[in-house]
Structure formats: structure tokens, C-alpha cells
Design a protein. Structure first.
Lengths: 346, 477
């Protein structure tokens, strides 16, 4: 009778149970394994994050300093070349500049669900339209592709996009893989916290506070390095990392963290969505956003740099006023990129 | 009917007595055993055995023992049958009225949660144009889940894993709902943080709530399987006792025939008949019940499990399809060195599970009414995959609005295919549920009256045996 019962219960579970167990196992492996480990080092940003930054700049001491990475670009030129010819030779509906952008950064690149066709809009988007207008003669000849942060460099390298205009910081590490235009925006890592919070900036007031960063981001690397070096209180909890910087605002609003560290520009875009949080203290790093392109697309890099020369004179300020002045301040001075250097020769 | 009290001495050594009968020429000259008293204090058992041995030496004594043993065997048979069948009937009743409804209820919670998540993401994608329909669907799902949790809570034992799962779900449900409402509010204002909230809500649902609901569902299914395990095994003890009682009755009648040349002893015949009827009823009734229950498992429960799993997979797939458009590339996953959009990746996994579930369900369906909806769902799924591929191509090419239209648009969108899959699976589940209830109901009904009947027949049989033996005994007076 016991054997019978076992058989009965096995018959019930043999098929269904084994299948469920196998499915569960396979799913667990498929989902968890990659999630647990490599997310970080796959992130384009992780290469340049934290320790990588320090090591990189030392190893390349004569070559590239992160503080001068923004100067490693080609001088402007309006001449067409191989890359631009290829873009111009696209026909019909495909005659578009393919630009990798973000869809979730408020006032930088985001889809506004309350426009007629959920249009992308923001500071980055304005710039992309301007570049398309210059190359193809039509500001709307742009095909926007949403690129996750971790896919920015691969998307350029494998040619899925012509360029990435997506709050992308110019770093020596990234210069190994892609070419950057001259900087179009100056920013730096900054602390975001509720207005009523005792957190005053990137300093001792972060002691015993939980700080949120995007996984694999420059911010996380910097926090970790500074905490290890003692520049940041050891009691600061930086264990909360999220897939996207915007998720930090969610955690902050839910009280799961006390502060967020991210690029000032993006922190401002978060503050724009919640009037009760604000940027705290000054930026504690200096970073420049650049347009990233294929490393060998020299003609395109020069062309974009020429567009930027014009854009800085006419367009940049209007775009700043439209999208950023509310949160970054009326004075665009601190955000204005420096005069470009064009130190790259080939 | 004479001297029933004697039977009370028989049980301990009934076995020992039976073989002690052959010595026909039992001599009345009993040795002076009772007189010997080397040990003044003897155990009650030894004393009883002594008296039995003494009684077995005379024919009336032997008859008394035989009568007692027969009556006991028949009563035992009746009692064990009543007990074992009552146990099985109760288990069958549990299958029908307790564990299967609970398993279904858990599946409903699971489905309602997955459906709520899907409805929330659909509504989110529609933004300000969210239809009342989509909103109602979400609210209804939340209500269904909440009500289901109450039922599950009342039927789960304190400290059981089911209770833990219910507690966890009760805790997470309001959290989830809060996140969804925030997502909705921010989205209406046009803030992308709304999408981040929805992704967080989705993560809560997919990583914590659905696994807990699945756990509850699995636990309830285990209970169902246990009830099946209690209801279907053959009652071997009762059957063996019945056969033994019949054999003993036969032997007693043969003995009577040899001693008296009388062919029929009415009492013993009546006892044999009652025992035989009870035994036949037991075997036939249980076999019918067993086949009904096994049928309800094979045709009902197994199909239901596969269909429920398939339905959940389709809901998850739809949720991930929606979320991929909400997330807009905010989350990626790396598998085998390749980076994918986390939601598109999960979508493909879910569709794989759905396809396999539908194949299994079609194989398990045993009639047209069962396989029809499954085949229709397979058709919907094929179209869904085609449309999804085209929607995904639009999305990857940056044509967000076109992709959105192909996912939550009208009749040509993947949403229509998903609705088709869901509707057809609901039909198939309804059908299998009916099948289950019919088969399990038949099975349980086959055992109706068996416990009481067996008990009554046992008493009647024992009375017959005692009467039959008593009639022989009276000839010695």
C-alpha cells in the first residue's frame, strides 16, 4: 500500500513536477547567472568606472589624462568623406541619420507620452536634429534608436547607429573604443537628496546614509574609490545599485535610499520630476559630454565638430533655456563647454 | 444467538485455536490440569489460554470458539471496510470539494496577479488614453487576487508554507498597487520616472509575488495529489479480511457438513452471503471510484495544470512585451556574451514556455471540446509571434509610435492575439474543469453508501455466523 501510494504520488509529479523543476532550473540559470556576475563588466561605463579610471590615466600618463580627454578630438571641417558619403547615399525612408539616444532622461532624451505621437524631446534630441539638418539638410531626417547605457559603445562599434548623443561622458577608457566630438556640455557628479535632508553635498554629511547609483556607472566607481581612500565616510552605504539612474529617484522617493549620486545633468533631470528633491552641493568631478562616433569615422567627427562650433554660437543657449534652466539655473555658465582644443591629429 | 459473551475471550488466541481443531477423537477425560498449581500467580493471558485449551477439548467448546472467530472475522471485515472506504470517500470528497477548488483558487490568484501586471503595463502604455476597460481589468484582477488570498488563508494550516506564501502576498499586494498608482500618476504628467516606477512594480511582481503565488499553487497541488493518493489505493486490508472471512465461513460450513451431514446451515449461509456481497461491493465500488478519480486526474487535473501554466506564460509574455516598450532599453541582460533588452529576452523565454504548454495541452486533451480552444490558442500564438517580430523591428529601428501601435493598437496589434490566447485558454480551462468535476464526482459517488453498507453487512454477517453456530450448539443441550 505504501508502494502504491508512492507510485500514485509519483505519477502525479513525475511528469508535471519534473517539467516544472527543469523549466525552473533552466530559467533560473538563464536569468540569474548572467544577471549576477557580468552585468558590471559588460557595462561600457564599468571600464571607465572607479579603479579603471585611476589605472587608465596612470598607464597612459603621457597619452591621455581623463581631465584632458575632452581635447582628444579632430579639428572641425565641413568636407564630406567616406562615412558621410555612406550616410548621404541612403535612399527613400532610409535616408536618415541613425542616432542612439536615451528615452528615459527627462529633458535630455525622453518620450513625452503627452505629445501627439509620443515624440522624443530634450537637449540631446535638439542636438541630434541639428546635426541631421547639417548633414542631410532636414532636421527630421533622424532615426532615433533607444540605446541602453551599457550598449552605447557596442552599438557604435557594430554600426547599429551612426552616432550616440546620449549624455555620454568623454573618458580615456572610452576613447580606446570610439571617437568623441568636442564637448557640448560640462557637468560633474553631484549629490541629489530631498530638500529637507541633512545631506549637504559630497562630504561628511553622507555618513550613515544610503546612496544609490546606477550599476556600473562612473558615479559608483568614484564613490567606491573615495570611500576606500577615506575621502567619504566609511559608514556611507553604497550597496544600492540599480539598472538605470532614474531608478534611483524611485528608491529615493520610496525612502529606500537617502541620496543619489549621478551626473549633475541627470540629477537635474531627476529633480525636474520631483519638486521636493534638489541638487546638493557643487559637482565634485568635472566631466564633459560628447557625441560618440566610430573611431575611424574621421570625416564625421570633423563634421560634427563644425556643427558644434555653429551650435555653440546659435542654438545651444536656446536649447539650454528650454530644457535645463529650470533645474540647473538661469546661468548656463557652469554648464557651458570650454573652448575646444582639437588635439587629436589623426 | 446463544452465549455471545463467550466471544470476548476468543480474540487473543484465535489463530492458535483454528489449527487445534483436527483432533476429532477429543477425549473428554481431561487431565487434572486446573488442579496443578506450581505458580500461584499466573498472567491473565496464560490463564485465558489455559481455559481456551480446556474448552477446545469439547465439541461445544470448539463450536463456541469457531462461532466467536467467525463473528469476529466478519465484523472485522465490515469494520475495516467501512473505515478504509470512509477514508477514501472522504479523500475523494476532499479532492472534489477542497483540494481541487483550492488548487484552482491558487491558480486564480496566480493568474489574477500576472493579469493585473499585464493590465497595468497596457494601461501605462496607453497613458492618458487608458480605456475604462483596461482600468477595470486591472482593478478586477486585484480584487480577485485579494479575495482569493482570503480563501487560501482560511484553508491553510498555521505555520505551513502555504500560509507563509499567503502572508507574503498579502504584504506585497498593497505595495505593488502603490507602485503602480505612482507610475500611473507620473506617467500622466509626462515624467519618465513613471516608467521607472512601473518597472519597479513589475520587478516586485515578477521576482517576489509571482514566485510566491506559484509556490502557493504548487503547495495546493501537492495537497491535491496527496488527497488523490489517499483516495485511490486499493483497500487491501479490507479485501484480505473479506477473503479470509469468506474462507473461514466456507471451512466452518464444510466442517458442519462433515460432522452432521447437513448441507446447509442457514445462519452460516446468510453470513457468507452478506460477506460476499460486501466484498463484491467493495471491490466493484472501489474499482469504479478509482477509475473515475484516475480519469479525473488524467483528463482533468493534468490538463488543468498544463493549461494554467500556459496561461501564466502567456500573461508573463504579454507583460514583458508591454514592459519592453515602457522600459525603452533601460534594462539589459547579458546571456552568452550577447546583450539583450531584458524584457524582450524574457518575452522570448515566456513564449517558449507557452508554446510547449500548448503542445502538451493539445496532447492531453481527450476530446474535441478540449482540443479545439487549445488549437485556436496555438493559432493566436503563431500570429502573435509574427506581429511581435514586426513590432520589435519597428521598436529597434526607433519607430516607437509604430511599435506601440503594433502592440496596443486595435485588432491588428499583438494585444488582440494575446486576448485570443487568453480567451481560448480560459475556455479550455473551463472545459477541463467540468470534465474533472464530472469524473471525480462519478468516482466519489461510486463509494456512496459503501462504508455504511459494509458496516451493516458486517453486523448482519456476524449475526448470521453466530446464529448458525448457535443452532449447532443448541443440539448439545
Amino acid at each position: 500500500m505504501y508502494a502504491n501510494r508512492v507510485r500514485t504520488s509519483l505519477r502525479g509529479w513525475g511528469g508535471v513536477g519534473a517539467m516544472a523543476v527543469l523549466c525552473a532550473l533552466a530559467l533560473t540559470f538563464a536569468l540569474l547567472l548572467p544577471r549576477t556576475q557580468p552585468r558590471q563588466d559588460d557595462e561600457g561605463g564599468a571600464r571607465t568606472a572607479g579603479p579603471g579610471v585611476a589605472r587608465g590615466s596612470q598607464a597612459r600618463a603621457g597619452d591621455c589624462e581623463d581631465s584632458e580627454a575632452q581635447d582628444q578630438t579632430l579639428s572641425p571641417s565641413g568636407a564630406d568623406g567616406r562615412t558621410i558619403d555612406a550616410i548621404k547615399s541612403r535612399t527613400g525612408a532610409k535616408r536618415k541619420l541613425v542616432v542612439g539616444v536615451d528615452q528615459n532622461s527627462y529633458h535630455w532624451g525622453y518620450r513625452n507620452p503627452n505629445t501627439e505621437t509620443a515624440q522624443l524631446e530634450g537637449f540631446d534630441i535638439d542636438l541630434a536634429h541639428r546635426i541631421a539638418e547639417d548633414i542631410l539638410g532636414d532636421p527630421d531626417a533622424v532615426q532615433f534608436k533607444a540605446i541602453p547605457t551599457s550598449r552605447r559603445i557596442p552599438a557604435i562599434k557594430n554600426g547599429r547607429v551612426d552616432m550616440v548623443v546620449r549624455t555620454m561622458t568623454i573618458t580615456c577608457g572610452r576613447l580606446d573604443d570610439v571617437a568623441f566630438s568636442a564637448p557640448y556640455f560640462k557637468t560633474g557628479q553631484q549629490v541629489l537628496a530631498p530638500k529637507s535632508s541633512p545631506v549637504k553635498g559630497y562630504d561628511g554629511t553622507l555618513a550613515h546614509k544610503r546612496v544609490c547609483t546606477a550599476s556600473g556607472s562612473t558615479a559608483y566607481g568614484k564613490l567606491k574609490a573615495d570611500r576606500d581612500a577615506g575621502d567619504l565616510p566609511a559608514s556611507t552605504d553604497i550597496s544600492t545599485t540599480v539598472p538605470n539612474q532614474l531608478d534611483c529617484l524611485v528608491r529615493l522617493q520610496l525612502g529606500e535610499v537617502d541620496a543619489v549620486v549621478t551626473d549633475g545633468a541627470l540629477a537635474a533631470s531627476q529633480a525636474a520630476q520631483d519638486p521636493t528633491v534638489a541638487l546638493k552641493g557643487d559637482a565634485f568631478t568635472t566631466e564633459y559630454y560628447g557625441v560618440a562616433m566610430k573611431k575611424d569615422a574621421t570625416d564625421l567627427v570633423r563634421r560634427v565638430n563644425r556643427v558644434l562650433v555653429d551650435y555653440r554660437a546659435d542654438g545651444w543657449q536656446a536649447s539650454y533655456d528650454k530644457w535645463l534652466s529650470d533645474t540647473l539655473g538661469k546661468d548656463s555658465g557652469p554648464s557651458k563647454p570650454p573652448a575646444p582644443q582639437y588635439l587629436r591629429k589623426s | 444467538m446463544t452465549q455471545p459473551p463467550r466471544s470476548s475471550t476468543a480474540p487473543p488466541s484465535a489463530g492458535a485455536v483454528v489449527p487445534a481443531i483436527p483432533p476429532q477423537a477429543g477425549h473428554p477425560a481431561a487431565p487434572a490440569r486446573p488442579g496443578r498449581s506450581p505458580a500461584p500467580r499466573r498472567t491473565a493471558l496464560a490463564e485465558g489460554a489455559e481455559r481456551l485449551r480446556a474448552a477446545a477439548t469439547t465439541e461445544p467448546g470448539r463450536l463456541r470458539i469457531i462461532g466467536a472467530v467467525l463473528a469476529l472475522l466478519v465484523v472485522a471485515f465490515g469494520a475495516v471496510t467501512a473505515w478504509q472506504t470512509a477514508e477514501r470517500a472522504a479523500a475523494a470528497d476532499d479532492v472534489l470539494h477542497r483540494s481541487q477548488p483550492l488548487s484552482s483558487g491558487a491558480a486564480d490568484i496566480y493568474r489574477a496577479l500576472a493579469d493585473a501586471n499585464t493590465a497595468a503595463s497596457s494601461g501605462f502604455l496607453a497613458g492618458g488614453q487608458e480605456t475604462a476597460e483596461s482600468r477595470d481589468r486591472y482593478e478586477k484582477d486585484i480584487r480577485t487576487a485579494a479575495a482569493g488570498l482570503v480563501t487560501a488563508a482560511t484553508s491553510s494550516e498555521p505555520g505551513s508554507p502555504s500560509e507563509a506564501a499567503v502572508t507574503k502576498l498579502n504584504k506585497l499586494l498593497p505595495e505593488y498597487k502603490g507602485l503602480v498608482e505612482r507610475a500611473r500618476t507620473y506617467n500622466r504628467q509626462g515624467y519618465p520616472v513613471g516608467g521607472a516606477y512601473l518597472r519597479y512594480a513589475n520587478e516586485k511582481m515578477q521576482k517576489e509575488m509571482l514566485p510566491a503565488a506559484e509556490d502557493l499553487y504548487k503547495k495546493e497541488n501537492q495537497r491535491l495529489d496527496a488527497d488523490y493518493g489517499d483516495a485511490t489505493p486499493y483497500p487491501w486490508t479490507a479485501i484480505a479480511l473479506g477473503v479470509l472471512a469468506l474462507a473461514a465461513l466456507g471451512w466452518a460450513q464444510h466442517r458442519t457438513y462433515r460432522h452432521t451431514n447437513r448441507v446447509l446451515n442457514q445462519g452460516l449461509v446468510a453470513a457468507s452471503t452478506a460477506t460476499a456481497v460486501a466484498l463484491l461491493w467493495l471491490v466493484a465500488g472501489h474499482t469504479v471510484a478509482r477509475s473515475g478519480l484516475n480519469g479525473s486526474y488524467d483528463n482533468g487535473v493534468r490538463s488543468l495544470n498544463v493549461l494554467h501554466d500556459a496561461r501564466i506564460a502567456s500573461l508573463k509574455a504579454r507583460g514583458n512585451e508591454n514592459l519592453s516598450l515602457v522600459a525603452r532599453g533601460a534594462e539589459t541582460i547579458t546571456v552568452g556574451g550577447q546583450t539583450y533588452d531584458a524584457y524582450y529576452y524574457d518575452f522570448d523565454q515566456d513564449m517558449g514556455v507557452l508554446a510547449k504548454g500548448l503542445t502538451d495541452a493539445r496532447r492531453l486533451a481527450d476530446d474535441e471540446a478540449g482540443s479545439g480552444p487549445v488549437e485556436a490558442a496555438e493559432g493566436n500564438m503563431a500570429v502573435w509571434k509574427r506581429r511581435h517580430a514586426s513590432a520589435r523591428a519597428e521598436d529597434e529601428n526607433g519607430n516607437y509610435q509604430q511599435a506601440l501601435d503594433k502592440v496596443i493598437g486595435g485588432a491588428d496589434a499583438t494585444g488582440a492575439c494575446f486576448d485570443g490566447v487568453d480567451r481560448n485558454l480560459a475556455l479550455a480551462i473551463g472545459h477541463e474543469q467540468t470534465e474533472f468535476q464530472r469524473a471525480a464526482g462519478d468516482g466519489r459517488d461510486a463509494m456512496t453508501g459503501l462504508p455504511a453498507g459494509a458496516a451493516l453487512l458486517g453486523v448482519l454477517g456476524a449475526a448470521g455466523a453466530v446464529a448458525g453456530v448457535g443452532r449447532r450448539l443448541s443440539e448439545y443441550r
